[in-house]
Design a protein around this ligand. Structure first.
Ligand code: GLN
Length: 187
């Protein structure tokens, strides 16, 4: 299954590695034509302002926005989750309004305040170590959005159908359960 990985900026290589390890065929998306025949699209972590700048520069912003809003499978992690959200604060910026969420960027402090946390028991991925790097916080979850994992009671992995978003980095480390579950969901 061909899965696009937005490769404008940020941690796309680790997503591609993890997807390939699970038997998918990752396609690095750098121009609109790359979206042609992918079955799903991953928006990686990185820096969402830089990503938007690169998307606009490369003529990708409108096609990627339209793709994410088309109810096709999409998975945004960290900066990618910020791009998918409806409301973005701290600082505010435009987003794709593909998932009914509001986020606050850089909500745990600077890059130095990055951390790992085990998700709360009782969710879909027991024992998962979630890696947060200058992470956003989900401050509102819409009615149709299901919370798949929490840390300290707060949503960190959510989905609405085949649209998933994580505020952490499931592509880092060797626990592939989140990617595997998303791939299973969309295949
Ligand atoms: N702080 C970044 C932003 O606001 C996101 C960090 C990440 O993707 N690791 O875009």
């Amino acid at each position: 299954m061909k899965i696009g990985v937005l490769a404008v900026q940020g941690g796309f290589a680790a997503h591609a590695r993890m997807l390939a390890g699970l038997g998918a065929d990752p396609i690095l998306v750098r121009r609109p034509a790359d979206l042609g025949d992918v079955a799903g699209l991953v928006l990686p972590g990185g820096e969402s302002t830089a990503m938007l700048t690169g998307l606009a520069r490369d003529g990708l912003e409108a096609p990627v926005r339209a793709w994410t809003r088309s109810r096709r499978p999409v998975f945004g992690t960290c900066a990618g989750a910020i791009l998918l959200a409806c409301g973005v604060a701290h600082p505010a910026q435009r987003s794709f309004t593909a998932l009914d969420l509001d986020v606050e960027r850089n909500a745990y402090g600077t890059q130095l305040d990055s951390f790992t946390a085990v998700v709360d028991p009782g969710g879909a991925f027991p024992g998962l170590h979630a890696i947060f790097i200058r992470a956003p916080r989900i401050v509102r979850v819409g009615d149709g959005v299901e919370v798949l994992a929490r840390v300290a009671g707060e949503a960190v992995l959510v989905r609405s159908g085949a649209a998933w978003a994580a505020t952490f980095h499931p592509e880092l480390g060797d626990d592939a359960r989140v990617h595997r579950a998303w791939l299973r969901e969309i295949s």
